[in-house]
Design a protein around this ligand. Structure first.
Ligand SMILES: *Cc1c(COP(=O)(O)O)cnc(C)c1O
Length: 359
């Protein structure tokens, strides 16, 4: 019954969401704190107002409030520069479908967010994969026009990147966008934990799109809400490709309240950044090589402990981190990606690490 390429693909594997046993959960970069209380209140009000009607297909309330907030970083932004999605994964799907046809290709770096590969496979398009350098800088390959085979029609760049947590400066990304001959989707899922954002690049370059999510810094992974910022003529075309009602009434209400509460965001980001610093020092003290991170997680490798075994022993001890392995960068490259949690979660991780590590 199925397309050959669907049968051949392995499918995206999300991080584990354990349903039974209580684990210290540091594997999927969720926020350890609850969202703003105003979010829950707004969802209640929306639910009580009734759900018998379809939602606003354009999520106007969110776009209005978001445009005001985002104007601080990019003065040009008005609501028609924003398109909302059912999580930023939905945004990535919409953008991929809009730009890349069979016979064409996408470009992404590796190691990075593994959904890019899955999206290309579902769309049935080619993949032009450019490896990061050993220091997590982006090699010249990423900006190159591809001269053979299928033309690259979209490049994805996670910035900050996952699993490294590293970040490219806006000037570098601007230069990259100018060199590329296709649109550049800057995936800013972790940007609120970072020092800089590329949002202002959309003002002067219609081929730059910036995607954001409320899943990480706003502590709303369960709500499913993301958005993309680009010039209005780009947003207008993307709007044809999205599902008509891709964001539900409760999500629009909750997301609007969340982006409205910038004081909550600032306080949360401060806590996560402070704990990131403590966690980085503590794992470095235990012999890990820790990549300096601009996100809410740390990429950790150890010169003498096997990562898979560590992951397993941590899990047995009640602490869930993410084990990640990448083929061919260099061969058999792997490590642990550890989400920054609460101070108590850090303590639990360190106690368990001390019990299971080989010294
Ligand atoms: C978490 C994440 C997303 C997805 O966010 P959702 O809004 O939850 O779909 C997108 N890109 C990267 C790099 C992420 O880590």
């Amino acid at each position: 019954m199925f397309r050959e390429d669907i049968l051949r693909m392995s499918g995206y594997v999300p991080g584990e969401q354990p349903q039974g046993r209580k684990l210290v959960k540091l594997n999927t970069n969720e926020n350890p704190y609850p969202p703003s209380a105003k979010v829950v209140a707004a969802i209640k009000v929306a639910a009580e107002a009734g759900l018998q009607r379809y939602p606003d297909p354009a999520a106007t309330a969110f776009r209005r409030r978001a445009a005001e907030v985002l104007a601080a970083d990019c003065a040009a932004i008005t609501p028609d520069w924003i398109l909302c999605g059912n999580g930023s994964d939905d945004i990535l799907t919409i953008v991929t479908r809009s730009f890349v046809a069979p016979g064409q290709a996408v470009r992404y770096a590796t190691p990075s967010y593994s959904l890019y590969k899955t999206l290309a496979e579902i769309q049935g398009v080619g993949q032009d994969v450019a490896p990061y350098e050993a220091d997590w800088s982006l090699g010249y390959r990423f900006a190159q026009a591809n001269d053979e085979g299928r033309p690259v029609r979209l490049a994805y760049l996670a910035n900050p990147n996952s699993p490294s947590g590293t970040r490219m400066a806006p000037g570098e990304v601007a230069a990259l966008a100018d060199t590329l001959t296709c649109p550049l989707l800057v995936d800013e899922a972790y940007v609120d934990f970072a020092e800089t954002s590329c949002l202002d690049l959309v003002r002067t370059n219609e081929r730059v799109l910036v995607s954001r999510t409320l899943s990480k810094s706003y502590a709303l992974a369960g709500l499913r809400f993301g958005y993309v910022v680009a010039q209005p003529q780009v947003i207008e075309q993307l709007g044809k490709v999205k599902d008509s009602y891709n964001c539900d009434t409760l999500a629009i209400a909750g997301a609007t309240a969340a982006i409205d509460d910038q004081a909550w965001l600032a306080a949360n980001v401060a806590k996560v950044r402070a704990e990131r610093k403590r966690l980085a020092q503590a794992v470095a003290d235990r012999g890990f090589v820790v990549t300096p991170s601009d996100a809410n997680f740390l990429w950790c490798t150890h010169p003498s402990n096997e990562h898979m075994a560590l992951y397993q022993r941590l899990r047995d001890g009640g602490v869930l981190v993410r084990y990640m392995a990448y083929e061919g960068w260099p061969a058999g490259y792997d490590g642990l990606r550890i989400t920054v949690g609460t101070p108590a979660q850090t303590d639990a991780l360190l106690t368990t690490l001390d019990a299971v590590m080989k010294r």
